[in-house]
Write a protein that binds this ligand. Structure first.
Ligand code: BTN
Length: 341
């Protein structure tokens, strides 16, 4: 631990009580001038620390910034986030950093977080709006021992983990739109970008990139009607650090379930949270636009769409253009499956 970390810990331990500069300097074996220098640096990072010539220092407020030290404090996981956390004030894309780290051998559970991204990437070559300090931009390195064909299911796992983490901290009803958009009230709250490196037909490593709009106040005109944030939905600010901790915990939990029992339990939960099953949808695929009813997802994560001629399509990748309820089919599906929506 660095001097600054020990100093911060000493202030945190005192829980709102004053600590004298003299005490700190003897405990840390550094001069009082050095203590003052570290206090100034902590203040620059956003820690609100009072100082008084007579009483010393008092930590008043910890900033909601996803510093590794704050994520680690109280992080209740075995590996995820515990291996290594790389923090950036700004980077082009946390997914790119995570991919570079993974290619250089970084272990499973390594996390990359940033306050802002210059070139945040979304699915299908889109950009991800990444304003400073408002959202979560994080990428987690995984090394699952699975064939390439199963890799999309890890994205389902991540989507479920994000939904659980958000629902545990708020009263919002989060829905998942195939394959992995998280929506509240029909607007996008979060998205997941999975990038994979392969080794023969198996996964070498996989980067799960999470973009979650937490305290975002406003969106550019092009996103205004489609995107939302926790702040916009509830009127309250949420701790990004707690949400990252929740995401890591739920992700690790479902990752463990998947290793013990396969993907079935995850798919079952995904279907419970799914927005689309039983609805009429239009999907843009590489082969063109398909319209019909989304009836299910198959065990490899493909969306099953039944078109108006009754033909079944298994869609591996695509973009949902619109959705509307199909009451007749919806009630039939619910009666048949019970666990959908
Ligand atoms: C989507 O299009 O829905 C996926 C968006 C994923 C955005 C996140 S933000 C952190 C990580 N780094 C990136 O460049 N993209 C992902």
């Amino acid at each position: 631990m660095s001097i600054r970390e020990i100093l911060l810990d000493s202030l945190k331990c005192q829980k709102g009580r004053w600590v004298s500069g003299e005490d700190l300097s003897s405990r840390l074996s550094v001069s009082r001038a050095a203590i003052w220098k570290h206090i100034r640096r902590l203040r620059e990072e956003g820690y609100e620390i009072l100082s008084s010539p007579k009483k010393g220092y008092l930590l008043e407020k910890i900033p909601d910034r996803p510093f590794p030290r704050e994520i680690l404090e109280g992080l209740n996981t075995r590996r995820f986030g515990k291996e290594k956390i790389r923090y950036f004030e700004v980077t082009d894309s946390t997914n790119q950093v995570a991919k570079d780290l993974a290619a250089a051998g970084a272990p499973e559970g390594t996390l990359v977080v940033a306050e802002a991204q210059g070139k945040g990437r979304g699915r299908l070559g889109r950009k991800w709006y990444s304003p400073v300090g408002e959202g979560i931009y994080a990428s987690l390195i995984l090394r699952p021992r699975i064939p390439l064909s199963e890799a999309p299911l890890i994205t389902f796992l991540a989507a479920v983990a994000v939904a659980e983490a958000v629902m545990e901290i708020s009263s919002l009803d989060v829905k998942i739109k195939w394959p992995n958009d998280l929506l509240v009230g029909g607007r996008k709250l979060a998205g997941i970008l999975t990038e994979i490196a392969t080794e023969m037909d198996a996964v070498e490593y996989l980067v799960l990139g999470l973009g979650l709009n937490v305290n975002t106040r406003s969106f550019p005109a092009s996103l205004k009607t489609r995107a939302t944030s926790l702040l916009r939905e509830t009127g309250a600010e949420f701790s990004r650090t707690s949400l990252i901790q929740g995401f890591l915990r739920w992700c690790e939990k479902y990752y463990w379930i998947f290793q013990e029992s396969g993907f079935d339990p995850i798919l079952r939960r995904w279907k419970q949270l799914s927005l689309l099953l039983g609805k009429r949808v239009r999907v843009e695929t590489v082969g063109g636009i398909l319209a019909g009813t989304a009836t299910d997802v198959d065990p490899s994560g493909c969306l099953i769409l039944v078109d108006d001629r009754g033909e079944e399509h298994h869609i591996f990748s695509g973009d949902i253009l619109s959705e509307e309820p199909s009451t007749k089919l919806r009630s039939r599906n619910l009666a048949e499956k019970g666990d959908n929506q």
